[in-house]
Design a protein around this ligand. Structure first.
Ligand code: ZN
Length: 312
C-alpha cells in the first residue's frame, strides 16, 4: 500500500516540477507560496486567492452593469459575479452574493432597463456566503424560485443571515436543466470547492452565431483542504481530479465564473466595442483551469510530502 501511495505522490510531485518554493518562506495562508506560470502569466497561490477575493471594497462596490453576450448581462460587484439572463418570460439571476449587496444588484438590473421583480428563478454557484447569502432577501423581493444542487443543500440550510431560513424551491441534481423563456441552463455537479459546487452551461446567440457559455463555480483549493491521507488521495482530492477532467471536456467559447477575476472581467469590459466581443475567449477558459489545477497539484504534493514524512 505504501509503495502505491508513494508512486501516486511521485507522479504528483513530478507534475509540479515547475513549482518552486521561494527560499525561506513558510506555507502559511498569507505566504505567497510557490509561483506557477500558466501560458506566459505568473501567479503565486496567494495572488490567485487574492485575485478571487479582492479587497473588502471589491466585494461590495458595484461594477458598471453591462451586456456580456446574447441575453446575458452582468449585475454584480467588482469581484463577486452576478449574471442576469433576460427572457421574454422573466429573468434568471445567478448568484445573490452577500445579502448587503442585494440592493446594489437590484439597482444594476434597473439601470439596464429591466425589472427586478421580473426575476423568476434564482440560481447559485456554490454554498459559500459570498455567492449565495442573499438568496432569502432576493426571494422576499422577487418571489423567485430558488434552485440549488442537492449536495450543497445542508450548507445552504446553515446560511441564515439575520435568522432567515434559506429558501429552497427545487433541488437540482447533476445535469438537471433549468428552462425559462427559451433559455436553458444545464447544472453540472463539479464537487471539490464545495460538495455541490455547480458549473452552469448554456448557449448564447449573437451575430447569427451560437456560443457555448460556461459559468464556473469555485475551483480554488484552500490551504487546509484534506487532500492526502495515509491511504493516499482522499475522496475530496478525487472529486477535484474528476471535476477538473470534466471541466476540460466542456466546449467553451465564453468563460465566466463566480469571481470576476476567473475570467478577467475588468480587462474585457475595457475592450467592449473595440473589436470582437472580448468575452469570447476559449483560451482564457483553459488558462483559468490550468492555473487552478496547478495550485491543486501543488497542494497535493505538499500534503503528500508531509504525510509520508519525505524530506525535500
Ligand atoms: Zn467559495
Amino acid at each position: 500500500m505504501k509503495a502505491i501511495t508513494t508512486t501516486i505522490l511521485a507522479c504528483l510531485l513530478a507534475a509540479t516540477v515547475q513549482a518552486q518554493t521561494p527560499a525561506g518562506r513558510g506555507r502559511g495562508n498569507q505566504e505567497p507560496g510557490p509561483t506557477i506560470t500558466v501560458r506566459g502569466h505568473t501567479f503565486t497561490q496567494l495572488s490567485l486567492f487574492q485575485r478571487n477575493v479582492g479587497g473588502p471594497d471589491d466585494m461590495t462596490t458595484p461594477f458598471p452593469p453591462h451586456k456580456v453576450i446574447g441575453n446575458i448581462y452582468y449585475v454584480g460587484t467588482r469581484s463577486l459575479a452576478v449574471f442576469l439572463l433576460v427572457t421574454p418570460q422573466g429573468h434568471i439571476l445567478i448568484n445573490s452574493t452577500y445579502e448587503r449587496n442585494v440592493p446594489g444588484i437590484q439597482k444594476a438590473v434597473e439601470q439596464l432597463g429591466f425589472k427586478f421583480t421580473d426575476i423568476k428563478i434564482l440560481l447559485g454557484s456554490h454554498a459559500h456566503g459570498d455567492h449565495m447569502e442573499g438568496d432569502a432577501l432576493v426571494k422576499d423581493l422577487t418571489r423567485a424560485q430558488v434552485m440549488a444542487m442537492e449536495q450543497d443543500i445542508p450548507a445552504l440550510e446553515r446560511m441564515r443571515p439575520g435568522g432567515k431560513t434559506h429558501p429552497i424551491d427545487r433541488v437540482l441534481h447533476d445535469r438537471d436543466t433549468v428552462t425559462l423563456g427559451g433559455t436553458t441552463l444545464v447544472a453540472h455537479l463539479t464537487p471539490g470547492h464545495t460538495a455541490g459546487n455547480t458549473t452552469w452551461t448554456l448557449q448564447a446567440q449573437e451575430g447569427g452565431r451560437s456560443y457555448n457559455v460556461v459559468i464556473l463555480g469555485g475551483m480554488g483549493v484552500t490551504a487546509n483542504a484534506p487532500l492526502v491521507a495515509a491511504a493516499g488521495p482522499t475522496q475530496l482530492a478525487k472529486d477535484y481530479i474528476a471535476s477538473f477532467a470534466f471541466l476540460r471536456s466542456l466546449p467553451c467559447d465564453v468563460p465566466l465564473g463566480s469571481h470576476t477575476s476567473m475570467y478577467n472581467m475588468a480587462d474585457k469590459y475595457a475592450r467592449i466595442g473595440k473589436g470582437p466581443n472580448p468575452y469570447i475567449d476559449p483560451e482564457g477558459y483553459l488558462e483559468e483551469l490550468d492555473a487552478r489545477e496547478k495550485v491543486f497539484k501543488i497542494r497535493m504534493a505538499e500534503q503528500g510530502t508531509k504525510e509520508l514524512g519525505i524530506k525535500k
